[in-house]
Write a protein that binds this ligand. Sequence first.
Ligand SMILES: NC(=O)C1=CN([C@@H]2O[C@H](COP(=O)(O)OP(=O)(O)OC[C@H]3O[C@@H](n4cnc5c(N)ncnc54)[C@H](O)[C@@H]3O)[C@@H](O)[C@H]2O)C=CC1
Ligand SMILES: CN(C=O)/C=C(\CC(=O)O)C(=O)O
Length: 487
Amino acid sequence: MQRFQQYIGGVFEDGAASFESLDPATGAPWAVMPEASAQDMGRAVDAAWAAFRGREWAGLTASARGKLLHRLADLVQAAAPRLAALETRDAGKIIRETSAQIAYVAEYYRYYAGLADKIEGAHLPIDKPDMEVWLRREPIGVVAAIVPWNSQLFLSAVKLGPALAAGCTVVLKASEDGPAPMLEFARLVHEAGFPAGVVNILTGGPAAGVALTTHPKVAHIAFTGGPETARHVVRGSAENLASTSLELGGKSPFIVFEDADLDSAVNAQISGIFAATGQSCVAGSRLIIQASIKDAFLAKLKAKAEAIRIAAPDQMTTEVGPLCTYRQRARIADLVAQSLGQGAKLVTGGVVPDGPGFYYPPTILDCSGLPDAAGLRQEFFGPVLSVISFETEEQALALANDTVYGLASGVFTRSLTRAHRMIRGIRAGVVWVNTYRAVSPIAPFGGHGLSGHGREGGLAAALDYTTVKTVWLRTSDDPIPDPFVMR
Ligand SMILES: NC(=O)C1=CN([C@@H]2O[C@H](COP(=O)(O)OP(=O)(O)OC[C@H]3O[C@@H](n4cnc5c(N)ncnc54)[C@H](O)[C@@H]3O)[C@@H](O)[C@H]2O)C=CC1
Ligand SMILES: CN(C=O)/C=C(\CC(=O)O)C(=O)O
């Protein structure tokens, strides 16, 4: 079995303990991962803290940090096929997507490389004649970055890129499910020449996460995962009073009006819910469809869903692979059964296949007339689409916003005016119009409500990793007047 190591203070080492990682395509163990103990996490934070204050990193200009990030981007691009193969093997995500997504991850590092020396302070037109006052944007300190199993390289790039550009140091906890690509990525960080301790990469479960997020030297926690875990993270941050950015789940509405290009909308819906085997935070998992086109749309969707090639994730022709874990498949099967028990109708799928691996078929549940069915309320994080119909635009908007989440949304219509009304009305961090699941380092991403707070990607994300220092400089040579009065 292949063995992986954790990366602390510029050194690769075995963890305090280890665990076996399962290949989701077969269910069999294929690699041994280092499991970080609370003590390992403590050492990693200490290394990050020392690096944060050390001359080798703190003494670099912002442009020099940008050059290191550029080097990392080049290395990620060159290693993309190797990293993609590892992510596919360890997390089960299809190679067709990991190859494309990881090559694009390099663009996130490039974007933040370019941004490093554009994070500016400000000069204030202060209301006192003998003072110069300006703001310095300084790195916030040690960042705890925590990612879930899906798209670990992507979800860590949106944290590491801005954190390093801003001058922070990072301890990244990869998910205990599918950590191989992150541990391999540590070798690229090392090769790029980041000073020891600037980036530390470990893996482990909740205990490791708690040790990291409660550590007194952590200043900011950048978390992606489920809302329940986020609550633990926020409670943990009561210990160190670290700031948080939370990218959580979703139950994103995918709204199709009768005037839409239906074939295009069908394709977008397929990509919105069945790509990545539905393990996407932005999955368009609630199809909100105008009643007049429901039957025609569902007929097209069903035909396409049933034609999807379900096979081993390392084949380029595969369209839907296994789920990442057995646990995840069991959860999805339970939620489907619960929805059917509540009266939802099975349009297609819904049967756990025999055989090895954690496969689950593309599934469509018609939940029309059942607004409280599990299918419309709970995030499945798998290839299950729940459908509900509407008559009027007002109803479509009300259904779209009838959720505790607020991450992404899609609107399909040829009417420009209606598109604008929907854009204004939908409560979500992202609205895609006549497209779905498009991302870019230039475009901020994040949610409302139980989908979290803070934004990743874009210029503003880098500011989350900075703190403002206000500097007052007195320009008068006269002695300070009356010491008992505020200046
Ligand atoms: N908004 C976004 O950008 C994305 C959100 N997600 C969300 O992630 C979830 C699926 O991923 P899971 O791995 O099941 O999420 P999860 O919340 O169970 O785990 C996420 C990470 O948190 C760690 N963790 C667990 N307990 C912890 C604790 N007490 N303190 C600190 N860290 C802890 C885990 O080890 C893992 O690394 C879904 O809800 C999904 O919507 C996934 C991808 C993107
Ligand atoms: C988070 N995201 C966009 O910024 C979209 C993703 C990543 C993810 O869910 O892990 C996706 O659709 O795969």
